[in-house]
Design a protein around this ligand. Sequence first.
Ligand code: DP6
Length: 385
Amino acid sequence: MKIVTAVAPVNIAVIKYWGKRDEKLILPINDSLSATLSTDVMCAKTTILTSPDLKENKFWLNGKEQSFDNVRLKNCLTEIKKRCNSTLPYINWKIAICSENNFPTAAGLASSAAGYACLVYALAALYEIDGEISDIARLGSGSACRSVYGGWVRWQKGILSSGEDSIARPIASASHWPEMRVLVLVVNDNQKKYGSTIGMNHSVETSTLIRYRSESVIPQRIEEINKAILERNFHKFAEITMKDSNQFHAICLDTYPPCIYMNDVSHAIVNLVHHYNTYKEENKVAYTFDAGPNACIYLLESVLQEFLSIVNYIFPKPMDIKANDYFKGLPLDQTIIKKELMDDLNLTQNNEGVLKYLICTKVGEGPRLLTSSNEHLLQENGLPK
Ligand code: DP6
């Protein structure tokens, strides 16, 4: 019997991946760039066990058994086995996989990136593979290839049809910009989900803007944001991040029929950020939205408390939720918001409960193994604990 357990981080793109040139190999039409978030607050955890006693492959996700007949899962496993030493005595034993996220998937936060990065990292440890694995994680979910590394990570689209050169590379470490914080504003939402895989396929088929973006905008934009990150130029970083999020959602709207991810609350957050930056006469806060209404806010530690107080004023916490359950990863001090600031911002207050909760986190490290046996999610017989 052999068992491994790993944790892997979520990542939030500042230059979005949207559109594939190869569906099976998950090869993108443009480069993308993200920050990997600390696993202290949000992460996926996966245990994989292999044993001669297992009769069949098994897979549990967030407490529920899933079918193993999943193309992306199988593609990752096949590729891992191709790269491992074929004389490993346990290479043909069945496996049990148990995976969970420590953040609610209902929050609509990208969980596939952390999930597949974790799965591939754990499989690589189980089958003793060294070297590149971001291209294997990519076979699970495109954005997962960026979660294989910590810090600031660029996914090079590559040009080869084999996908060999479509890999992720860190451009700066997790400690490069230590003041950087990420605030996730989880928006209450009942909209039917339009998944990113289907959404981006429809965009490639129907949007005329998407080609302009991949060919004429991204190549220059990605170099500019790379430079802004290396120079820790927040003003420039923020401008590019917000423009890229807006362009991505413009393409979603240009998709026919459109894929609408942002809602009125998302737009109110955009408005708030621009008012705040105008008031500060410099970009102090940047928003970015993935395929859902939740806002990811990049900002520096120095403005965190002030900005948070404004968010909490505009979107009040429901009285019946405890502060600890609402402000996750964050002891909210009672910063008094200056009346002039609120007057200058001239924003209307919303009803309580428009936001479900807030998460505050940092840029963090890549996946890692947990060695203590009480961390495993599976028992020795291959069933979940
Ligand atoms: C909007 O990686 O979830 O979050 O490759 O089909 O699994 P598949 O898509 P996925 O797409 C993520 C899109 C995004 C932008 C990003 O993370 O770059």
